[in-house]
Design a protein around this ligand. Structure first.
Ligand SMILES: Nc1ncnc2c1ncn2[C@@H]1O[C@H](COP(=O)(O)OP(=O)(O)O)[C@@H](O)[C@H]1O
Ligand SMILES: [Mg+2]
Length: 453
């Protein structure tokens, strides 16, 4: 079902600038939609129509198939269901303290004081800003301000979150943290619409992409459809995601194959099959090796390593090769004339569900049990997804290897033969499982997973 939709939307600013020209735009409930386009393409203007900040000159916007009504009652309904996070948090954060700011929306919804307090606490906890509740927003860093602005929107419990360039101006860590929070909200069922010119983000995160150019929709489709059209991407002043560029170069050389990748994981898969037959591999020398020596090759802790032929290699590996340069133990080497196929045994992903903040979060978890689960499996890598899971891991004093891009990093590690344990909050559990299953279906190496309860 389309939760929000625009038809034949045209908009002119009062000075005569035609910012949008006959836009058709629709978003499915529960999806993540990206609007990409260069500066001045009309992204912000389009987003401002979705919560009725701007009103179309022509055409119409529909919420759940009903045209927007711009009277007081209509606007109240729209603003309750569609919440907007502006590009610049300074345009949004106006109250003297963080807490008052986050309470602003719920107050407008005329909720009771106790309910407002509960919503504000919950929202601040979800974005990890409860410790800053009594600070003035202008003392915060860019990333912290953005989190508070998002908390203000969460506190209104909207169905649709519209975010104008949510990652602009943030450092890479801040950027992934914000996306992680939004991803958790999406897993809980919120529809997300955002604008960006970060094509890598749109490629890996969005379900649907609209390309906007000079006020018109140039194209819409899935990320793979959008980034398969290289000409359109360059005509609209955008660039291809980094992986797609690398993939194209490798494909031209006959190393990569298949469809254009959209993530690191897809990219690794696109080269992994031809790699099995490549005659040269990089590895780590386990012992000193000399040029011309025949060595066995094994995967150890997720890395390809040599093993001495005279150490009864048949019991360890059926893959052999010849060392090209001499090297000392621990150094990188190149091995040629490889016989046998290298397909490392994949690791197992253990998924440990953690209750969401509103289900008690980390307080509902027994840390002793968590430590016992880890001791029982002794995973090679540990990941945490979602606010509660991250808090649990921190409280238990566990070193966490993956806190961002957790699903992809876990699958990549499992493909290298490592065992991974992922602590996942609420709806993120299903998301991990879906991703592993879809990866397994795509015909790569099969990864086993277990849900620990
Ligand atoms: N308040 C305004 N008055 C006049 N023109 C504007 C205003 N805001 C934006 N524009 C113009 O509308 C077009 C689309 O702008 P905008 O929606 O901000 O693009 P984007 O968000 O993609 O960078 C641009 O040509 C911009 O200069
Ligand atoms: Mg803009």
């Amino acid at each position: 079902m389309n939760i929000i939709e625009a038809q034949n939307l045209t908009y002119k600013y009062p000075d005569g600038t035609k910012a949008l020209d006959d836009i058709d735009f629709s978003v499915e409930k529960g999806s993540i939609t990206a609007i990409i386009g260069q500066n001045g393409a009309g992204k912000s203007t389009l987003l401002l129509h979705l919560n009725a900040t701007l009103r179309p000159a022509n055409g119409a916007v529909y919420l759940e198939n009903k045209p927007f009504a711009y009277d007081n009652k209509g606007l109240h309904l729209i603003r309750r269901k569609v919440a907007m996070v502006f590009q610049n948090p300074d345009d949004q954060l106006l109250a003297p303290t963080v807490r008052q700011d986050v309470a602003f929306g719920p107050k407008n919804l005329k909720l009771a004081d106790a309910q407002i307090k509960q919503r504000v606490d919950e929202a601040l906890r979800l974005v990890g800003m409860e410790a800053y509740a009594d600070k003035p927003p202008h003392f915060l860093s860019g990333g912290q301000k953005k989190r508070v602005a998002i908390a203000g929107v969460i506190a209104m419990k909207p169905e649709i979150m519209v975010l104008d360039e949510p990652t602009a101006g943030l450092d890479p860590q801040g950027c992934t943290e914000i996306i992680d929070i939004l991803d958790e909200l999406n897993a809980e069922g919120k529809t997300i619409i955002f604008s960006t010119h970060d094509v890598d983000l749109a490629a890996k995160w969005a379900n649907n992409i609209y390309v906007l150019h000079e006020g018109r929709i140039k194209r819409h489709g899935s990320p793979s459809q959008i980034f398969a059209d290289h000409t359109m991407i360059s005509e609209t002043g955008l660039k291809l995601p980094g992986f797609v560029q690398t993939f194209r170069e490798l494909k031209l050389r006959g190393i990569s194959g298949g469809e254009s990748p959209l993530t690191m994981l897809n990219f690794v898969e696109s080269v992994s099959k031809p790699f099995d037959v490549l005659k040269v591999r990089c590895a780590i020398a386990s012992t000193d090796v000399y040029s011309g020596e025949t060595v066995g090759l094994v995967m150890k802790n997720g890395t390809l390593c040599t093993t001495r032929v005279d150490d009864d290699p048949k019991s360890v590996t059926s893959v052999f090769g010849t060392v090209i340069f001499e090297a000392r133990a621990g150094e990188d080497i190149v091995v040629g004339e490889i016989t046998g196929i290298l397909s490392p045994k994949t690791g197992v992903i253990h998924i440990v569900p953690i209750p969401r903040v509103i289900e008690g979060g980390s307080r509902a978890v027994d840390l002793g049990t968590i430590c016992r689960i880890i001791a029982g499996q002794s995973p090679d890598k540990i990941g945490a997804m979602g606010t509660s899971a991250k808090v649990v891991v921190k409280k238990a004093g566990i070193k966490c290897d993956f806190e961002v891009d957790v699903i992809q990093s876990s699958i990549l590690a499992a493909l290298r033969g490592l065992n991974v344990m992922v602590f996942a909050t609420g709806g993120m559990v299903d998301r991990v499982i879906q991703k592993i299953e879809s990866n397994n279906k795509q015909g790569g190496q099969h990864i086993k997973y277990l849900r620990v309860s």
